[in-house]
Design a protein around this ligand. Structure first.
Ligand SMILES: [Zn+2]
Length: 289
């Protein structure tokens, strides 16, 4: 369900994107567009378009801005991901663990962590997950993966799932042209693989903003669209007690949404310090998607 707020100037399609792009044109968009998009003030993963919730405006203070710009030459040099193993196009994303993993334990829940890797917060989240022997699913932004390859390798080495969350996290994502949507997904896939993680098989749209074009692009690159059903809105920094309360209400089969990038995530981190052991103590089993 696309969010309904009007396009900002930075969201307006470029003239060059309105026509069916050639491969050369896509590459030109990649080299010229990725860096400018990466440096633009892009809203963080807000959950604003999620089918289960209201549609709040992303706060400016939650604007997603990669810590360092992406070198356009480096992006252009990334290998093109293979689209040789496309999946059937889905009409909706995965909201529940057992929709994706029917054989998972009945008490399984999945923690998903979006918008990183972040050099400040991701190592702390990783240490916490290690402490409680929990594996999570990290939906990473390609530009961040490109800038922090060591963190991507660490995620994979620790047994976490690394999933595709677009190259520069543009919102509203479903308002992009088909070519832009595909390029965002393809570039992120290349950046993640280039950083040293296995090619993602899961895709999460920024803000949970889905459309037929987004589903088609994810399927083309061999990825299943994944959403969530427990959203503590940690990106809006509602306070540690509120984040904690919402996460503690998780039931078997739920997919939990948290963020380790795109802004100040200290509240998220503090909440997870109590939530992770408490959910384990309730008998829930953390699984990766
Ligand atoms: Zn996000």
């Amino acid at each position: 369900m696309p969010i309904s707020r009007p396009l900002r100037p930075s969201d307006a399609p470029r003239p060059a994107d309105s026509a069916q792009p050639s491969r050369r044109r896509l590459l030109a968009w990649t080299t010229l567009g990725a860096a400018s998009l990466a440096s633009a003030a892009l809203a963080g993963c807000s959950g604003s378009a999620h089918a289960h919730g209201a549609a709040p405006e992303p706060s400016p203070s939650d604007a997603f801005s990669p810590a360092a710009p992406v070198d356009p030459k480096a992006i252009a040099a990334l290998p093109s991901p293979s689209a040789a193993s496309p999946l059937a196009v889905r009409g909706k994303p995965v909201y529940k663990v057992h929709d994706l993993l029917p054989d998972a334990p009945t008490d399984a829940i999945a923690l998903t962590i979006d918008d990183g890797p972040d050099p400040h917060y991701t190592p702390q989240v990783l240490a916490l997950l290690r402490k409680y022997d929990i594996r999570a699913t990290f939906n990473v932004v390609g530009s961040q993966a490109h800038n922090y390859k060591d963190l991507i390798r660490q995620l994979a080495a620790d047994g976490h799932t690394v999933a595709n969350h677009t190259m520069t996290h543009p919102q509203p994502f479903s308002h992009r042209t088909g070519a832009q949507i595909e390029q965002q997904i393809a570039n992120a896939q290349s950046a993640i693989v280039d950083a040293g993680a296995p090619a993602p098989t899961l895709f999460r749209s920024p803000g949970g903003d889905w459309s037929p074009a987004v589903f088609a692009a994810a399927a083309k690159y061999g990825m299943i669209p994944i959403d969530w059903d427990v959203d503590p809105r940690d990106w809006s920094r509602p306070g540690v007690p509120k984040i904690t309360e919402k996460l503690m209400a998780a039931r078997p089969g739920d997919i939990l949404l948290c963020h380790d990038g795109g802004g100040d995530r200290s509240q998220t981190l503090d909440a997870l310090k109590t939530v992770l052991p408490a959910l384990k103590a309730k008998g829930l089993t953390f699984v990766t998607l």
